[in-house]
Design a protein around this ligand. Structure first.
Ligand code: PGA
Length: 249
């Protein structure tokens, strides 16, 4: 059985005061949820989040990391540094990284492999743009994104790797994929993973992301291949996020 996972992606939001308040309320509101819960703050708040989440049963991670181990890469943060700061997860290849910062499939794949080598669990984001969906290219795009990652991790222990399907047209737009649309892509993703290792694929958690809210979470999470959510906007509100976590079990 795959335990459901709900991850909050705070993006570039928050400050010390708002994060302290949010996590205080979230820890209370989500205490009864059976799903695994994690939050991904901006890098600079990782130590604060680690301190606030001590013994709260909520994990945390980063939103990005460098492809290199260390060295002269001004402004970058390495996988080893994230581990050192207590991160369990790292989001790689979020569509905002791909679209706004030009991250290629190869770069995203290298990050996923580097994360695994350092004991981090990569949450690999894949997804198509609206133009790609309308051109009927959704599965080709996602297949290529996944194949690059699988080629990079197949000789490592990728059994913990997480995939997040985030249709770009649904992120922050209030437009959610229907549960059926999402399920079809999730099943495709699991099939693609299974072509490399069927056992690992059966246990891999595939999250849905893109305008997940308290009122659509339970129908999405009821789909057989949707194992939780990667939540942006709604994760900045403790009550809303806790309700999404409860919908996950
Ligand atoms: P959203 O963002 O929930 O605000 O659509 C999801 C994401 O970008 O991970």
């Amino acid at each position: 059985m795959r335990r459901k996972l709900v991850v909050g992606n705070w993006k570039m939001h928050g400050n010390k005061a708002s994060i302290t308040e949010l996590l205080g309320n979230l820890a209370q509101a989500s205490a009864a949820a059976g799903a695994e819960i994690a939050v991904c703050p901006p890098f600079v708040y990782l130590p604060l989040v680690e301190q606030l989440l001590k013994d709260k049963g909520i994990a945390f991670g980063a939103q990005n990391m460098a492809t290199a181990e260390q060295g002269a890469f001004t402004g970058e943060v390495s996988a080893a540094m994230l581990r050192d700061c207590g991160c369990r997860f790292v989001i790689v290849g979020h569509s905002e990284r791909r679209c706004l910062f030009g991250e290629s499939n190869t770069e995203v794949a290298d990050k996923a492999a580097m994360a695994i080598r350092h004991g981090l669990v990569p949450i690999v984001c894949v997804g198509e743009s609206l133009a790609q969906r309308e051109a009927d290219a959704t599965l080709d795009v996602i297949g290529a994104q996944l194949d690059a990652v699988l080629a990079a991790v197949k000789d490592l222990d990728w059994s913990q790797l997480i995939v997040a399907y985030e249709p770009v047209w649904a992120i922050g737009t209030g437009r959610t994929a229907t549960p059926e649309q999402a399920q079809a892509v999730h099943a495709f993703i699991r099939g693609r993973l299974a072509a490399v290792d069927a056992n690992i694929a059966a246990g891999t958690r595939i999250l849905y992301g893109g305008s997940v809210k308290a009122d659509n979470a339970s129908t999405l999470f009821a789909q057989p291949d949707i194992d939780g959510g990667l939540v942006g906007g709604a994760s900045l509100n403790a009550e809303e996020f806790a309700a999404i976590c409860s919908a996950a079990g």
